[in-house]
Ligand binder design. Structure first.
Ligand SMILES: O=C(O)C1=C[C@@H](OP(=O)(O)O)[C@@H](O)[C@H](O)C1
Ligand SMILES: C=C(OP(=O)(O)O)C(=O)O
Length: 426
């Protein structure tokens, strides 16, 4: 249990959030399937990405830590060995789903399982199309739930329209497609984060995009590269909110990834009239920027449609922002929240209600009326890192203590979160 109480704090100073989780996972995967030594700097040493490292070590890939660097001795797709042990993906949906895409093309047997939250998350969105490509996959609920058993092998030509906007599903099919005998064509209903596509190009592979259609050719091989992981905008969102909702605040966030498939939070801050500025500092494939933000007088807004995939993980903290914005904020088209680490519609609504927020769940999102003075209460992260961090930021503006059950889960994406929060609050 964590107890937090602040008396009218300001959020001030400079902060560098840890590495991007999505890019960190992919850096290990591409380092493992490339040939040569890949060096990764800025890697997120959170539980989820450490689970990815562990899975590839179990397939015989040598991965070492050298201070701030991770070194991966890749030997190509064919260098991956049949694991003797179960591949344990912990709490990480990204590890589980992307790994399935790699395993689908490997000529060996493996078993993938995760924690009790992963055991409830739907895997058939990935296993059904991978079976159509030629992989043999079985598991509970006809291959929908972990543990999953995979026997990969030759994959054939495949065209698939994704039934759901999911970068994990898209990436799993791309990773399988890279090993296929023929082309794989994937059509996205909405644009989702494109870190996999960018990493393929970075490692010397090719992938084409025309409108919403992605074409991946098979039998690709990659050469080791240096990957520099930018700060995670999904982690930055908690501090952007902390500064915007508190008085006399002024915060600078350095080296934040501002890939335009991830900047939905920036668009929401703009719509809410927040006092902030984004300054790009490079123009690389994965762009990086500095974001400065001050205490803000916020207006309510609508968050929906194509914006949702660009901020899907930020919705818990956007809900908190909305409790401080003037008017009715409507979040819709976000059914995917129901299949994250928790059902995040229920978790956000029920936990924020405990703090006195005026918030209602809908079938595909939530409606929040603001501004409200929040009050202290007993709350529960429910084992979901993003709910835990949202509740911790909420404690900055409650007029009593906030007790958070199971705060440890925050180490999934942000092991130093409480130290960083401490360092910018006064
Ligand atoms: O591809 C990725 O790295 C991720 C994709 C998103 O999931 P979905 O693909 O399920 O939307 C996101 O919620 C998750 O935190 C990371
Ligand atoms: C949904 C998330 O991650 P994953 O799907 O990888 O568990 C998240 O980090 O909010």
């Amino acid at each position: 249990m964590k107890t937090l109480q602040y008396k009218s704090p300001s959020v001030k100073g400079t902060i560098k959030v840890p590495g991007d989780k999505s890019i960190s996972h992919r850096s290990i995967m591409f380092g493992a399937i490339a040939e040569g030594t890949t060096k990764v700097t800025g890697f997120l040493k959170g539980d989820d990405c450490l689970a990815t490292i562990d899975c590839f070590r179990k397939m015989g890939v040598q991965i070492t830590e050298n201070g701030d660097e991770i070194l991966i001795e890749g030997k190509g797709f064919s260098g991956l060995k049949e694991p003797e042990e179960v591949l344990y993906t912990g709490n990480s949906g990204t590890t589980t789903r992307l790994l399935l895409g790699i395993l689908a093309g490997r000529p060996f047997h493996s078993v993938v399982t995760g924690d009790e939250s992963i055991a409830k998350r739907p895997m058939n969105r990935v296993t059904d199309p991978l079976r159509e490509m030629g992989a043999r996959i079985d598991g509970r609920d006809d291959g929908n739930l972990t543990p999953l058993s995979i026997r990969g092998g030759a994959l054939h030509a495949f065209r698939y329209e994704l039934p759901v906007a999911s970068a994990q599903l898209k990436s799993a099919l791309i990773l399988a497609g890279l090993q296929s005998e023929e082309d794989t064509i994937i059509v996205e209903p909405q644009k989702t984060r494109d870190h996999t596509e960018k990493m393929i190009r970075h490692f010397g592979g090719n992938i084409k995009r025309e409108g919403s259609t992605i074409t991946v050719s098979g039998h690709q091989s990659f050469k080791a590269k240096h990957v520099q992981v930018p700060g995670d905008i999904s982690s930055a969102a908690f501090f952007l909110t902390a500064a915007a909702v508190t008085k006399n605040s002024s915060l600078l966030l350095k080296k934040v990834g501002i890939n335009d498939t991830r900047t939905g939070i920036i668009e929401v801050l703009k719509q809410m009239n927040a006092d902030f500025e984004v300054t790009p500092v490079n123009h690389d494939e994965e762009p990086i920027g500095e974001i400065s933000i001050k205490s803000s007088k916020l207006n309510a807004c609508t968050v929906d449609g194509d914006l949702i995939p660009k901020l899907i993980d930020e919705i818990p903290i956007i809900a908190l922002l909305a409790t401080q914005a003037n008017g009715k904020t409507v979040i819709k088209d976000a059914e995917e929240l129901k299949v994250k680490e928790t059902n995040r519609i229920d978790a956000v609504v029920e936990e924020l209600k405990k703090l006195g927020a005026d918030i209602e769940a809908t079938d595909d999102g939530m409606i929040i009326q603001g501004p409200t003075q929040l009050t202290g209460a007993e709350t529960d992260s429910r084992g979901d890192h993003r709910i835990g961090m949202m509740l911790a930021v909420a404690s900055l503006i409650t007029n009593g203590e906030v007790h958070i059950k199971n705060p440890e889960c925050i180490s999934v994406s942000y092991p130093e979160f409480f130290e960083d929060l401490e360092s910018v609050t006064s």
